[in-house]
Ligand binder design. Sequence first.
Ligand code: XIL
Length: 299
Amino acid sequence: TTLGASAAARDGRFFGTAVAASRLSDTAYTTILDREFNAVTPENEMKIDATEPNQNQFTYTNAERIVTHARGLGMQVRGHTLAWHSQQPGWMQSLSGTALRNAMLNHVTQVATHFRGQVTWWDVVNEAFSDNGDGSRRDSNLQRTGNDWIEAAFRAARTADPDAKLCYNDYNTDNWSSAKTQAVYRMVQDFKSRGVPIDCVGLQSHFTGGSSYPSNYRTTLSSFAALGVDVHITELDITNAPTAAYTNVTNDCLAVARCKGITVWGIRDSDSWRSGESPLLFTSSGGKKAAYTSVLTAL
Ligand code: XIL
């Protein structure tokens, strides 16, 4: 069996991976991708600098390479990401105020409309909270347009693609007792109480070692789920790929009915943005690591 098939057999969950368009010509890469996974997230190709490099000039070629490859094999696609402080094109970095707010909303509308019917989940907003320990928003040009920029992005995404599941995605939101996790929780609770459209929360889960995987991770997953949203593990990688941590993450997701799936942030260690840390499930030459077997056994 495979990761994707085993996850699908667990109440239709997904097991996905980040994919780079530039690697789709590497048959060692696509052999594993096509065999093991039933969902993909474009690693960079749907980010703002990739899809709108000049204002109001949209380029979808690389994103569509991934979407076409994935959908041709029946895999689901996670769109990543419509609004983010990082990987903004230069023109957007230099905007502020109403001009930036309108440009952001136009971007959300155009990109979500373009991929309507092809993207199952959108990471509408990525990484909007600060790591400073007080639960505040991250300072950014988008945040300076007003605290309501996140809900404005979600409303625009819902209008553009009413069938896509709309997610908020962030990192360091794994430990239930951290101020950042609590702040994201309160935002989702507020959105649900006021009818702001949100369907899911993504926990990136970039762990810097077995010890940075928190023992209350399952509580975090179940607490978000209790707000009435699905929970996704969206960018999993763990320094040195310890088997125990990979097993625990998998078991935590399976224990929470609304934890609908896991995406790892790349296929082979050599594909990882943290390639020096060997954090993934396949070796650089494409072999299955011990962590792969741990995850597959847990699924
Ligand atoms: C990373 C990619 O993996 C790199 O290739 C790129 O240079 C920088 O971005 N959080 C996210 C992802 O939401 O988009 C980031 O991806 C990793 C951290």
